[in-house]
Design a protein around this ligand. Structure first.
Ligand SMILES: CC(=O)N[C@H]1[C@@H](OP(=O)(O)OP(=O)(O)OC[C@H]2O[C@@H](n3ccc(=O)[nH]c3=O)[C@H](O)[C@@H]2O)O[C@H](CO)[C@@H](O)[C@@H]1O[C@H](C)C(=O)N[C@@H](C)C(=O)N[C@H](CCC(=O)O)C(=O)O
Ligand SMILES: Nc1ncnc2c1ncn2[C@@H]1O[C@H](COP(=O)(O)OP(=O)(O)OP(=O)(O)O)[C@@H](O)[C@H]1O
Ligand SMILES: N[C@H](CCC[C@H](N)C(=O)O)C(=O)O
Ligand SMILES: [Mg+2]
Length: 496
C-alpha cells in the first residue's frame, strides 16, 4: 500500500477530482488486471484506448485514475490528469516499487541484433563472479533461479518495476536487460536507472513501428543520453557500426568502444571460426587474453567484446570474464546445431532481419562444403520492407531457398511470401538467371522438404523462429518448435 501522493511525486499533474491522500494497493494499465483500491492508468494505444475501460476498472475496484483525456466518473474516484500516461505509468510504477533500479546494477542492451545473446553472455560472466542475477528479455525473464515466461523483449514499465522489486526481495544485485526500440519510444524504461548501456548495431528493422530509420535510430540513442552521473556509468559502443559516431555523441557518460576493424578500447584479433565455436585474442588497455568459445560467427565475436566491456565496467576481472564466457555451451535457438547423426548439417537460428540473415549465411559459408538450403519466412504485422531484402539475401548467399511462414499473425501467409518473392525475382534480374527456390507455406512441410532434399555435407538452415515454441496465425496460435520439427524430419528419413 502507498499513498497516492507518494507515487505521483515525479509527475506533472492536475487533479481533476478527489484528493491524493488516499491509499492505493496496486497499479494496472489494463482494466482486466485491476483489483480493490488500484490506480488504473489509462493509455491511448495503437488499437484500443484504456480510457474506454474506466467503468470496468471501477467495477473491479479502481479508486484512482491516471488519464490524459477529460473523463466523467463517479465523484468518489480520484482522477489525475497528465500529458502522457505512458510516461506517467513509468513514473508511478517506479515510485510505487520504491525505485528498485536505483538499488541494483542494471545493464541495458540495445541494437537491432545481438541483444538476447549479450544478456546471456553477461549473465554467465556475472554469475561466475559470484553475483545473484536478474534477466529480462526475449526468451525468459529470470529472478535469480526462478524463470518466468516472457511475452515481449522489454515489458511495460509496470512489469519491469515489479520484476525489479521481486529481484531485490530475492537478494539479486545485478540485472541484465534487453531494451527494444519500442520500449525506448514508448517510455517503458523511462525511469530505469541504467549503470551500463550497450549498443550492438543498427540495421533495418521495425519500420512498421518507427516512421523512418532516423526515428528508429533516435529511439535507440535515448538509452545513451539517459545515462546520468557520467563518471559512474558506462556506454559500451560498437565502433565498427556505421552509426557509432551518433551513439558516441549521445552518450552522457564514460565510454568503452569495441570492434574488430577500427581502433577500439576492446579489440579482437586472430579470429578463427569453426561450425561449433570461435577462438580469438582480446587486445585492450586493461589487458590481453585468449578466448575459446562454444558460440560461433563473427557477429558473436562482437557480442563477446561488448559482454567483456560490461563485465569490466562492473569490476569483474579478466580471468573471471574468460571463465564465465567459456562456460557457455550455446544460446537457445541461436545457431543451435541439431545433431542426430545425419551426414549433413541442420542449424536453427533466430535471424529475422536482413542483416542477421546475411551474417549467419556468411558464417556458414566459412565451413559448409555442400549446398546451403535456407528455410525461412517473415513475420506478419511487422516491417514489410525487410521481406524482399531477406528474399534477396537468402538466394544470394544460400544455394536453395524454401520460402515459408513465420508467425503470419493477422496477415495472409501467401501475401507475406509474395512480398519475399519480389526480392527473389529482383535477384534473378541482377544475376541474369533464375534463383533456386520453392514456396511451401506450411512451415513443418517446408522443414521436411529442406531436410529431405539435403545431400551429404549440405547445411539445412532453418531461420527466423529460433527458440520460439509457437506459430501465430490470424485465428489461432499453435505449438510449433523448429528444433522438434527438424528432429522429427530427421527421424523420418532414418525410417523411424
Ligand atoms: C506496438 C506495441 O508495442 N504495442 C503494445 C501496446 O499496445 P497498445 O498501446 O496499442 O495497446 P492497445 O491494445 O491499443 O490498448 C490500449 C490500452 O488499453 C488497455 N485495455 C485494453 C483492453 C481492455 O479490455 N482493457 C484495457 O485496459 C490496454 O492494456 C492498453 O493499456 O501496449 C500493449 C499493452 O501492454 C501491448 O500488448 C502491445 O504490444 C504488442 C502486443 C506487440 O506486439 N508489441 C511488439 C511490437 C513489441 O513491443 N516488440 C518489442 C520489440 C521486439 C524486438 O524486436 O525485440 C518488444 O519489446 O517486445
Ligand atoms: N551482433 C550481432 N550482429 C548481427 N547479427 C547478430 C548478432 N548477434 C546475433 N545475431 C543474429 O541475430 C539473431 C538474433 O540474435 P539475438 O536474439 O541475440 O538478437 P536480439 O537483438 O535479441 O533480437 P530481438 O530483437 O528479436 O530480441 C541471431 O540468431 C543471429 O542470427
Ligand atoms: N522480437 C521480434 C521477433 C521476430 C521473430 C519472428 N519470428 C517474427 O515473428 O516476426 C519481433 O517481434 O519483431
Ligand atoms: Mg532479443
Amino acid at each position: 500500500m502507498k499513498n497516492l501522493n507518494e507515487v505521483v511525486t515525479d509527475l506533472k499533474i492536475g487533479v481533476l477530482q478527489g484528493d491524493l491522500d488516499s491509499r492505493i494497493a496496486g497499479i494496472a494499465y489494463d482494466s482486466r488486471n485491476v483489483e480493490t483500491d488500484y490506480l488504473f492508468v489509462c493509455i491511448e494505444g495503437f488499437t484500443d484506448d484504456g480510457h474506454n475501460y474506466i467503468e470496468e476498472a471501477i467495477d473491479s475496484g479502481a479508486t484512482a485514475l491516471l488519464v490524459e483525456k477529460e473523463v466523467e466518473v463517479d465523484s468518489e474516484v480520484t482522477v489525475i490528469k497528465t500529458d502522457d500516461t505512458r510516461l506517467g505509468l513509468a513514473e508511478v510504477s517506479a515510485a510505487f516499487y520504491d525505485y528498485p533500479s536505483r538499488e541494483l546494477k542494471v545493464v541495458g542492451v540495445t541494437g537491432t541484433n545481438g541483444k538476447t545473446t549479450n544478456t546471456y553472455l553477461i549473465e554467465s560472466i556475472l554469475k561466475k563472479a559470484g553475483y545473484k542475477l536478474g534477466l529480462i528479455g526475449t526468451i525468459k525473464n529470470k529472478v535469480s533461479d526462478q524463470t518466468f515466461d516472457s511475452q515481449r523483449t522489454t515489458p511495460e514499465a509496470l512489469d519491469i518495476n515489479k520484476l525489479l522489486a521481486q529481484m531485490i526481495d530475492k537478494g539479486v544485485t545485478h540485472v541484465v536487460m534487453e531494451v527494444s526500440s519500442h520500449a525506448l519510444d514508448l517510455n517503458r524504461v523511462a525511469k530505469i536507472d541504467f549503470d551500463v548501456a550497450i549498443f550492438t548495431n543498427i540495421t533495418q528493422d521495425h519500420l512498421d513501428f518507427h516512421d523512418s530509420f532516423s526515428e528508429y535510430l533516435a529511439a535507440k540513442k535515448k538509452l545513451f543520453s539517459s545515462l546520468k552521473d557520467s563518471s559512474e556509468k558506462t556506454a559500451i559502443i560498437n565502433i565498427d557500426d556505421p552509426h557509432s559516431d551518433e551513439f558516441l555523441e549521445a552518450a552522457n557518460s564514460k565510454v568503452l568502444t569495441y570492434g574488430i576493424e577500427k581502433d577500439a578500447n576492446l579489440k579482437a584479433k586472430d579470429i578463427t571460426i569453426s561450425p561449433t565455436g570461435v577462438e580469438f585474442g582480446l587486445e585492450s588497455t586493461i589487458g590481453e587474453m585468449e578466448l575459446d568459445l562454444n558460440i560461433t560467427g563473427l557477429f558473436n565475436v562482437y557480442n563477446t567484446l561488448s559482454a567483456i566491456g560490461a563485465g569490466l565496467s562492473l569490476g569483474v576481472d579478466l580471468d573471471e570474464i574468460k571463465a564465465g564466457l567459456e562456460e557457455i555451451q550455446g544460446i537457445a535457438g541461436r545457431f543451435e546445431i541439431i545433431e542426430e547423426a545425419q551426414d549433413f548439417g541442420v542449424i536453427v537460428d533466430y535471424a529475422h532481419t536482413p542483416d542477421s540473415l546475411r551474417n549467419i549465411l556468411e558464417t556458414a559459408h566459412d565451413f559448409v562444403e555442400g549446398r546451403i538450403i535456407v528455410v525461412f519466412g517473415c513475420g506478419g504485422d511487422r516491417d514489410k520492407d525487410k521481406r524482399p531484402i531477406m528474399g534477396q539475401v537468402a538466394v544470394e548467399l544460400g544455394d536453395f531457398a524454401v520460402v515459408t511462414s513465420d508467425n503470419p499473425r493477422s496477415e495472409e501467409p501467401a501475401e507475406i511470401i509474395a512480398d519475399i518473392e519480389v526480392g527473389i525475382k529482383e535477384k534473378d534480374k541482377i544475376k541474369g538467371e533464375d534463383c533456386d527456390y520453392i514456396i511451401i507455406e506450411d512451415r513443418a512441410e517446408a522443414i521436411n522438404y529442406g531436410i529431405e532434399s539435403a545431400q551429404p555435407d549440405d547445411l539445412v538452415f532453418i531461420v527466423g523462429k529460433g527458440h520460439e515454441t509457437y506459430q501465430t496465425f490470424k485465428d489461432k496460435t499453435i505449438p510449433f518448435d523448429d528444433r522438434e520439427v527438424a528432429r522429427r524430419s530427421l527421424a523420418k528419413i532414418r525410417g523411424e
